[in-house]
Design a protein around this ligand. Structure first.
Ligand code: IPM
Ligand code: MG
Length: 358
């Protein structure tokens, strides 16, 4: 039976990069027998312009029905003046929370062809392969109460709440340990247990779950130190598991170690493996429409989709090898361009990956 993939192009470079990723999926369907169908819907600023809100009911319905979701990116300066409660980002956060996509996997892998693009010395990043497991539907992003209130003095005060229940920590910890078993068997849990009670509990629960995984080595690190260690000696990490906000910050940092944020995919999964797949970069409004965006993170997100939601590991490998071959052939979008390489557009990069599939 064919699987339905919901395409959510979003804003900025979103539609451009998603077009290339859909080309790759369509080629797998037409030439390699992948049984899929596409649906498409609006999210983010595009949805605000068309319907008044960032996550229309029609989009949410299609997202619930789909077997997997591919998202480009949301947001842009045009919608920044809007109230925070109806900005494009709320579309993304709403999808994560409504679909219960609590496990966000953000691999930071260095392609040897791009070692020179890292801001760190090549020997510090050669062979880098970190998996950040970020909790995605809880913590300070969603905790209540939240808002901006007026104090008796007349001064305004902003407030957000960092909350995690034991079950939320338990389930994300198990995801991290399971993944570690398939890789280097090491988990580093990142918290701020020296200051925040919520993450004191986080550390306690992760430690308890760790007892069920005696074959996986568990360490703990405070988030400030983790940020420092990521730029000092990133190869010490295998799997990192952390809260929603710490994961947001550390994953951008880890991404940059690999040379370009334009290369990194992500998966956001529920407890049955249904997922939303997106590049970890944003909508890059400054380059939207110029044809210079790098579609590889989105194309690699499709590979993650095939592996984690569609049970098509061989197809995923086909995409990953194709990307590898295209880089070997010297093709580069502007963000990863270096001396002696051939600069190509977003569209040409997508075509090159499609050709390299066979
Ligand atoms: C990310 C992004 C989002 C986040 C924004 C766009 C809401 O930065 O996916 O990392 O903060 O989670
Ligand atoms: Mg982020």
């Amino acid at each position: 039976m064919s699987k339905t993939i919901l395409i959510l192009p979003g804003d900025g470079i979103g539609p451009e990069i998603v077009t290339e990723a859909v080309k790759v999926l369509a080629a797998l369907r037409d030439d390699f027998g992948l049984a899929i169908e596409f649906d498409e819907a609006l999210v983010g600023g595009a949805a605000i312009d068309a319907t008044g809100g960032p996550l229309p009911d029609a989009t949410l319905d299609l997202a619930r029905q789909a077997d997997a979701i591919l998202l480009g990116a949301v947001g842009g300066p045009k919608w920044e003046p809007l109230d925070i409660s109806i900005r494009p980002e709320k579309g993304l956060l709403g999808l994560r929370s409504e679909l219960n996509l609590f496990a966000n996997l953000r691999p930071a892998i260095l392609y040897p062809q791009l070692a020179g693009a890292s801001s760190l010395k090549a020997d510090l990043v050669a062979g880098l392969d970190i998996m950040i497991v970020r909790e995605l539907t809880g913590g300070i992003y969603f905790g209540q109460p939240r808002g901006i209130r007026e104090l008796d003095s007349g001064e305004r005060q902003g407030f957000n709440t960092l909350v995690y229940s034991e079950s939320e920590i338990d389930r994300i910890a198990r995801v991290a340990f399971d993944i570690a078993r398939k890789r280097g068997s090491r988990v580093c849990s990142v918290d701020k247990a020296n200051v925040l009670e919520t993450t004191e509990l986080w550390r306690e629960v992760v430690t308890a779950i760790g007892a069920d995984f005696p074959d996986v080595e568990l360490t703990h690190m405070y988030v400030d130190n983790a940020a420092m260690q990521l730029v000092k000696w990133p190869k010490q990490f295998d799997v990192m598991v952390t809260t929603n906000m710490f994961g947001d910050i550390l994953s951008d940092c880890a991404a940059m170690l690999t040379g370009s944020i334009g290369m990194l995919p992500s998966a956001s999964l529920d407890d049955r493996g249904k997922g939303m797949y997106e590049p970890i970069h944003g909508s890059a409004p400054d380059i939207a429409g110029t044809g210079t965006a790098n579609p590889l993170a989105t194309i690699l997100s499709v590979a993650m989709m095939l592996r984690y939601s569609l049970d098509e590991a061989a197809m995923a490998e086909r995409i990953e090898s194709a990307v590898d071959r295209v880089l070997d052939n010297g093709l580069r979008t502007a963000d990863i361009m270096s001396d002696g390489m051939t600069e190509v557009s977003c569209d040409a990069m997508g075509d090159a990956v499609v050709s390299a599939l066979s």
